[in-house]
Design a protein around this ligand. Structure first.
Ligand code: SF4
Length: 343
């Protein structure tokens, strides 16, 4: 039996370069080796979009197009979090295994509340790592391809595994491992914060070539380089970091030309944008093909969601059994009532 990958994204809009190098590339690479479950976390959107979540349906579609666009195969299990109610049940059980103090010290939750300007965190926001643990463990994941900011959540999940198994005396869950992408955290185009749609410092996978040129054109460069004739300092240039990530083979000649002032910053950024556009070309074409067939995309999601419910329900049977919440006599009584025609 293949080991399992479980990972996913919130449905807040289109995915960007940070998602690509942080986790999507690993998912594509490993999708044949593992049985994969890709969750589109729409409930988790409510953490910081409780007053503006009317686009969730459209955003789920956009995320699906991005997934298929990067090369994830339709045969994988793609599903919508809210449409698998077993996950909410498991979240409820897990919430009794984690102290309030423990969820309150999660550094990622703290950072996100500051980054997204959420001054009063709801119970759902503080506790969403517990919900994420349910998403992972309902499918008994072995590996979680994710960004570095997700590590505290994976650690929380591992703690829940140990606590659950110890408390109820059964090895229902196994410990999942995190797999960090080749770029653990991609800084956005402002060079200050993590790439994020909310901060508008991103390049979406679906941006056009012109949009990419425009956005890269605004990137910060070497602040010490005032005039074109001044030699540049690649090591203190944020744009050069992007060269190291997206076109490392070109770094030696970019460095030489920068330090000798034979390359201007504007042309350097345009060349970088061209590299990116070439790399994203195939993804964009495939994405556009799926986006033009919405019925096909929704069918893939419906098939995956049905499959996800089946697998999660199997886990819930084990969980309820371990917790003495399966009530066989109650189930038999319900059966009798159906047979007697009194239900
Ligand atoms: S030429 Fe390129 S690497 Fe050099 S400072 Fe300008 S943007 Fe940075």
């Amino acid at each position: 039996m293949k080991k399992r990958i479980v990972t996913g994204d919130r449905s807040t809009g289109r995915l960007h370069l940070g998602h690509l190098v942080g986790t999507l590339q690993n998912r594509v690479r490993l999708q044949d080796e593992y049985e994969c479950f890709f969750i589109i976390a729409d409930i988790q959107v409510l953490t910081d979009h409780i007053n503006s979540h009317e686009d969730i349906d459209a955003n789920v579609f956009e995320v699906m197009c991005d997934y298929l666009g990067v090369g994830l195969k339709p045969e994988n299990c793609f599903f919508v979090q809210s449409q698998v109610p077993e996950l909410s049940e498991l979240t409820t059980y897990f919430s009794f295994l984690v102290s309030l103090a423990r969820v309150q010290r999660n550094p990622t939750v703290k950072n996100e509340s500051e980054m997204y300007g959420v001054s009063q965190m709801s119970l759902g926001f503080v506790g969403y790592p517990v919900s994420q643990a349910a998403d992972i463990l309902a499918f008994k994941a072995n590996l979680i391809p994710c960004g570095q900011d997700q590590l505290p959540h994976i650690e929380q999940t591992r703690e829940i595994v140990r606590t659950f198994n110890n408390t109820f005396g059964k090895e229902v869950f196994t410990l999942p491992e995190a797999l960090i992408g080749k770029v653990p955290v991609l800084q956005g185009l402002d060079g200050v914060q993590k790439m994020s749609k909310s901060l508008n410092n991103q390049i979406n996978l679906a941006h056009t070539t012109d949009e990419t040129l425009l956005r890269i054109g605004k990137m910060v460069t070497d602040v010490q380089r005032v005039y074109r004739k001044d030699p540049g300092h690649p090591d203190s240039c944020f744009t050069y970091k992007y060269w190291s990530i997206f076109a490392p083979d070109a770094m030696p000649h970019v460095r030489t030309e920068c330090e000798s002032a034979t390359r201007g910053c504007k042309e350097c950024k345009m060349e970088l944008a061209s590299y990116l556009n070439i790399q994203l070309g195939e993804i964009r074409e495939r994405r556009a093909r799926y986006a033009s067939q919405p019925d096909l995309v929704w069918d893939i999601l419906a098939t995956g969601t049905r499959r996800a419910r089946q697998v999660a329900e199997q886990t819930l049977v084990e969980v309820r059994d371990a917790m003495h919440l399966s009530f066989p006599r109650l189930a038999k009584a319900a059966e009798r009532m159906v047979q007697n025609g009194s239900a």
